[in-house]
Design a protein around this ligand. Structure first.
Ligand SMILES: Cc1cc2nc3c(=O)[nH]c(=O)nc-3n(C[C@H](O)[C@H](O)[C@H](O)COP(=O)(O)O)c2cc1C
Length: 356
């Protein structure tokens, strides 16, 4: 049994089925993505918040840095309306934080604008080898277009039903996102609270119900997690938090340090920052917003509304108001290079295999 040979990775010409989790918000820099691909893994851009120009630019930067395959992850846009009163309530609730952070403009514009269509066009034009999706499903037409262009596509599932729909749509692979996972939940069918399945339960149940490869994501930081995922039937791992604290990651230093010093019981689920459930390190903003849950707008509105607060907090190195996404295994995080992390997982896996 070996993790490090898998049909999909052979097909894509990737040495190790270790995927850098796409992490939108500037974490998956071209340095990090290319470092992972150059080390034999699959680097992945978290392009969810990028505009078309930034999307094309990072793809081109990565092409300069590596000739190995890499991928891009897009947020499937969500519809949704909010009424005037809810907006007023949400703004009132956030007012004291804007004042505390000395933010001048107290009424940032709300928008549900997205760049999904343009990003798909760029992925096609730039011939990005792998394209993955979260928060929902692309249309059949988009799936066909990407597949006709020879692009390998993956969807994110948090339940068996979601995995089955991804397979039926014709995607090539499924990322099974366990409830341990850092960042936003990819849930798109049921209420997020009904889709919090631990990875140990999720992988074998998905594997039994689909015929395409399944990648494990959530809490995997080293060879032990990778080995366990393989035992459960996964054909690779997608690691986020473990790469977030690496040298090449673009995460804010305060965010990196917080993870490096955190314990597992400090990591919580919250919708306070974006209106969508996400896992990160507990802080004052999350705690205080818990009692103001009714003033939180749905995604993506809350995300737009708290953008200036998160930005100001970052500029002021203030962890109280930053969204410091993390999975449930922060004690296993290290500040090493991405290549070193991959080497440790690969070497450790072989030792573990012998021992077991
Ligand atoms: C900071 C951060 C940002 C993330 N952003 C994205 C994203 O843009 N797209 C996505 O599909 N998943 C995103 N995720 C979730 C990851 O794909 C993956 O499910 C998760 O990192 C796995 O758990 P782990 O962090 O414990 O390894 C993010 C995770 C983190 C920690």
């Amino acid at each position: 049994m070996t993790l490090f040979q898998s049909n999909w990775s052979k097909q894509l010409n990737i040495k190790y089925p270790i995927i850098l989790a796409p992490m939108a918000g500037g974490i998956t820099t071209s340095e990090l993505v290319s470092a992972v691909s150059n080390a034999g893994g699959l680097g992945m851009i978290g392009a969810g918040y990028l505009n078309p120009e930034q999307t094309r630019q990072i793809i081109r930067e990565i092409k300069e840095r590596t000739s190995n395959p890499f991928g891009i992850n897009l947020f499937v846009p969500e519809q949704g309306e909010v009424d005037e009163q809810s907006i007023v309530n949400a703004q009132t609730c956030l007012k004291k934080y804007r004042e505390e952070l000395h933010i001048q403009n107290q009424q940032p514009a709300l928008s549900n604008q997205n760049n999904f269509k343009e990003q798909i066009q760029i992925v096609l034009e730039e011939e990005v080898p792998v394209c993955t999706f979260t928060f929902g499903l692309p249309s059949e037409q988009i799936v066909k277009k990407l597949k006709n262009a020879g692009i390998f596509i993956m969807g994110t599932a948090t339940t068996v039903k979601e995995a089955q729909i991804i397979e039926k749509l014709g995607m090539d692979m499924i990322v099974a996102q366990g409830s341990e996972a850092g960042g936003h939940r990819g849930t798109f069918l049921e209420h997020p609270n009904k889709s919090l399945i631990g990875l140990m339960s999720l992988i074998p149940q998905i594997v039994d119900q689909v015929n395409i490869p399944v990648i494990a994501a959530g809490g995997i930081m080293d060879e032990r997690g990778a080995f366990a995922a393989r035992c459960l039937g996964a054909e690779g791992v997608q690691m986020g938090t473990a790469f977030l604290t690496c040298k090449e990651s673009g995460a804010h230093e305060v965010h990196k340090e917080s993870i490096l010093n955190a314990s597992e019981d400090e990591v919580v689920l919250t919708s306070a920052f974006s209106g969508k459930k996400a896992r990160g390190i507990n802080n004052r903003f999350i705690r205080e917003m818990e009692s103001a849950e009714r003033s939180i707008l749905p995604y993506p509105y809350q995300n737009t509304l708290t953008k200036d607060i998160r930005k100001a907090a970052g500029e002021q190195n203030n962890p109280d108001f930053m969204s410091m996404w993390s999975g449930q295994s922060p004690r296993l995080s290290k500040n090493i290079s991405a290549a070193e992390l991959i080497k440790q997982v690969v070497d450790g896996y072989e030792v573990l295999k012998e021992r077991v």
